[in-house]
Each structure stands twice: as structure tokens, then as C-alpha cells.
Write a protein that binds this ligand. Structure first.
Ligand code: PAZ
Length: 353
């Protein structure tokens, strides 16, 4: 491997940091999935979801994590499936997944709505014995049946259609290697591929060459760790890995609301993709902002997109909102509906959205 340097371009990252051991196997599965969807003429969306970790040791005991439960990704994946897309769901191991997210162990544990119904021919219901459990059946609590049936029907239909392919990552290194390889596989679909990057990706990491092999010992007082910047991969993703044809949607998470729109605009300008969805940490479940291009393809002029007045700004800004108190609605339904419309225009080959 080439020598390690402390600033990483995407290229130097991949030539100095090792791929995850499962990469080849994972990509063989993706290749086959994409081939089948291409044969059927389906649009395919890659949804990334959940947070990446940064291990501090090679034999990892401690790691830094990025905030994300995986709600945005798992919920959006369901709406994309409903809209007829095939979905590659690339998520952080053990974060929420489409369909099973409705029965998360912490918010809606499934054991709580299952009931044991004892066989009337069997032993008395008041006696819990091995014999009784052998003669009993498991039933769903009546008032939970309708919702479960709806989720289960959609889940079984997706399985039967073979339109959902799941991949997992844990570390930021797993994520970067997978993202590159999956994007390259998906690029054969040209404009029919969408990339929906909702995962919360670490900005800093410890290169393998700097990591301690064993658990960092605590006897020496405070701990000082200098981390390197994770390379900005959106540019190579847009220009190279997806062959410039993919419809790329990235997310921008901020906690200072005044930064949301300018940071999303800067990101769109810098990477030249199609849409940035901005969300504020505390309002993300009921409000997001779409930043896209107002006129045509990203301007390739010398303008850096700053110092523009509202009327000559190249950016379109549109807010999507739902009622924060109405828990029967999910903002991802609106996000996905809006993206499907924009993607249709993109697939048709138009230069404008
Ligand atoms: O997974 P979740 O629903 O808890 O959170 C979703 C999110 C806020 C991580 C996502 O919408 C997002 O903004 N992802 C990009 C984060 C970033 O700027 O790195």
C-alpha cells in the first residue's frame, strides 16, 4: 500500500485504508440484484441510513459514533418501494429497517401485542405448564391486528417481488468502501438510478496506521487523539462513480437553523449534484428544506454561488412540512413523492428539474 499521508483525497483514502472483508461478497449480491432490476426495467434507489462509527483501536473496545436511529432511511425506503422502486438499503448494523421499524424493540416491542390463547381442550388456562404451552396458540392482540396486517402485507409483497436488497456497515471505512462499490454497480442503470444519502457519516477518522493495536490504557491521564478528515466523497461519486448520470440526493444536518440553507447551498454548489435536503436536528421529523437548481444543470461557470441576491441565486428553495402533532403522517412520504417527481424528469433526460 502507498505511504500514508495525513490529508486524504478519495483516491489516497482507498489506496491506504483496507477494504472490509465482506466487500467482494456484498458486491456480488448487489451486481445480481441490479441485473435483475435492469432486466425488469425498474428504477433503483440506493438508500444509506444510520450513523457510521470511528474505532479508536484495532481490537476495538472504544469508538466514536454519529447520531442517527435510521428512521429517515428506513421510512423513506418503504415509500420508495411503494412508489415502485427497487431499493438497495445500506444501513448501519442494528439500526432501523423498513417494515420491522414499526415494531422497534424500544418503542413498540412486538412481544407486547402477542397473546397466548390456551387450547380449550387442553389443561386449565390458569395452569402454566409445558403441556399448556404445547396446546396453546399465539394470537395478535385484536386492536393491533389491522396495523400489523398492513405492514405484513407490504413486507411479504416486497419479498415476493424481490425488490429490497439489504447491506450493512458499521465503521466509516465499511461505509466508504461499500458506497463506492455499490455506486459503481448501480451506474449501469444510468439515469434510472437514484442515490439517497441519509446516513450520518463521520467527518473525522483515525487512519489504520495511527490506531493502537490494543485497548488504549487509562493510566496516563487525559487522552489526546488527533483525527484526520474523512475525504469528501460526493465529488468523485457524482463525477466518476455514478458516471455523472445518477440522480444524487444528499442530506445536510445542522443544529443552528441559520446555517441550514447556506450550508445546503454550498454543498450543492461544491459537488454539483441534484438535490440537498436540509434538516434541523430538532425539527427533522416535521420540516425539511429542498435545495435544488433553479434553472438547469449545476452552473459550471466560475461563479461560486455566493453573494447572489435572491433573484439571481441559482438555487431553488422549497420547504416541506407536516403537522408535528399528527402522528399518523410521516414527512418521508412527502420527501419521496417530491423526489419521485424530480427523478421522472431526470430520467426523461431533461436538463432542468
Ligand atoms: O436516522 P434519523 O431519522 O434519526 O436521522 C436522520 C438524519 C438527521 C441523520 C438525516 O436526515 C441526515 O440529515 N443525514 C445526513 C447527516 C449529515 O449531515 O451527515
Amino acid at each position: 500500500m502507498p505511504e500514508y499521508s495525513s490529508t486524504f483525497s478519495a483516491e489516497s483514502y482507498f489506496s491506504t485504508q483496507p477494504p472490509p472483508p465482506s466487500l467482494e461478497h456484498d458486491i456480488a449480491g448487489v451486481k445480481e440484484f441490479v441485473r435483475r432490476q435492469k432486466e425488469r426495467g425498474r428504477n433503483v434507489v440506493l438508500v444509506t441510513s444510520g450513523g457510521t462509527t470511528v474505532p479508536l483501536e484495532l481490537n476495538v473496545v472504544r469508538f466514536l459514533d454519529n447520531f442517527s436511529a435510521g428512521t429517515r432511511g428506513a421510512t423513506s425506503a418503504e415509500y420508495f418501494l411503494k412508489a415502485g422502486y427497487a431499493v438497495i438499503f445500506m444501513h448501519r448494523q442494528f439500526s432501523l429497517q423498513p417494515f420491522s421499524r414499526h415494531y422497534s424493540h424500544s418503542t413498540n416491542p412486538f412481544l407486547d401485542f402477542l397473546e397466548i390463547e390456551l387450547d380449550i381442550e387442553g389443561p386449565s388456562a390458569s395452569v402454566v405448564s409445558d403441556e399448556a404451552s404445547a396446546a396453546s396458540q399465539i394470537c395478535v392482540t385484536p386492536n393491533k391486528r389491522e396495523a400489523l396486517l398492513e405492514v405484513l402485507t407490504a413486507y411479504k409483497a416486497v419479498h415476493a417481488a424481490g425488490t429490497l436488497h439489504t447491506l450493512t456497515f458499521v465503521t466509516v471505512n465499511d461505509y466508504l468502501w461499500l458506497l463506492r462499490a455499490v455506486s459503481q454497480e448501480l451506474s449501469v442503470l444510468r439515469r434510472k438510478a437514484m442515490y439517497y444519502l441519509a446516513a450520518a457519516v463521520s467527518d473525522f477518522f483515525l487512519p489504520r496506521q495511527k490506531m493502537s493495536e490494543h485497548k488504549i490504557q487509562s493510566g496516563k491521564g487525559s487522552l489526546h487523539i488527533e483525527m484526520d478528515q474523512v475525504p469528501k466523497i460526493l465529488k468523485p461519486m457524482v463525477d466518476d462513480w455514478t458516471g455523472k448520470d445518477g440522480f444524487v440526493v444528499s442530506f445536510k444536518l445542522e443544529t443552528d437553523p441559520s446555517l441550514l440553507v447556506p450550508k445546503a447551498q454550498t454543498s450543492l454548489q461544491r459537488y454539483g449534484h441534484q438535490v440537498v435536503i436540509g434538516n434541523d436536528l430538532n425539527r427533522r421529523k416535521f420540516e425539511v428544506v429542498f435545495i435544488s437548481w433553479k434553472y438547469a444543470l449545476p452552473p459550471s461557470s466560475t461563479s461560486d454561488g455566493t453573494n447572489t441576491t435572491e433573484s439571481n441565486s441559482p438555487f431553488a428553495e422549497s420547504w416541506l412540512r407536516i403537522d408535528p402533532h399528527d402522528h399518523s403522517k410521516e414527512i418521508e412520504e412527502k420527501i419521496v413523492a417530491e423526489l419521485v417527481k424530480k427523478h421522472e424528469v431526470w430520467v426523461a433526460g431533461a436538463e432542468t428539474l
